[in-house]
Design a protein around this ligand. Structure first.
Ligand SMILES: [Zn+2]
Length: 133
């Protein structure tokens, strides 16, 4: 099933509409004016898991240390979604080392899912620079 959602209010919308029927905003203008990174961070709040997963996988390739916090928050908001939680850990492992990365992984070491907790602890332990941070 291929759904299309408003990137602003997350309502399901027909493909190709210029203004969202739900929130009335001009989608094309928003996409043009908002940096890609900011749109990915906003998409982490999307209630549709496939949209969040797309944003997580894209952020894994963005090299933004400050993405670690929003990524961790996304994983913690969905305690039963193990697949998403593990994707978040992989994405955070990719971002540059930083205090925010450490605190994101420390937060995720308290995730409801055991597999996510283990992956977070492994990520913390495998990097010497993170351990010393
Ligand atoms: Zn909308």
């Amino acid at each position: 099933m291929n759904h299309h959602y408003c990137p602003l209010c997350f309502a399901e919308i027909p493909i190709g509409v210029e203004n969202c029927p739900a929130c009335g905003r001009n989608i094309e203008a928003w996409e043009r004016q908002t940096p890609y990174y900011d749109r990915l961070i906003w998409a982490l709040k999307n209630p549709h898991s496939e949209v969040r997963m797309g944003a997580i996988l894209s952020l894994a390739n963005q090299n933004h240390a400050e993405a670690a916090g929003p990524l961790a928050e996304c994983a913690m908001s969905y305690p039963v979604d193990v697949i998403q939680g593990l994707a978040v850990i992989r994405a955070i492992k990719n971002v540059p080392d930083s205090p925010e990365k450490v605190s994101a992984l420390q937060g995720l070491s308290h995730h409801a899912a055991h597999a996510v907790r283990v992956a977070a602890e492994e990520a913390l332990n495998t990097s010497t620079s993170l351990r010393l941070a």
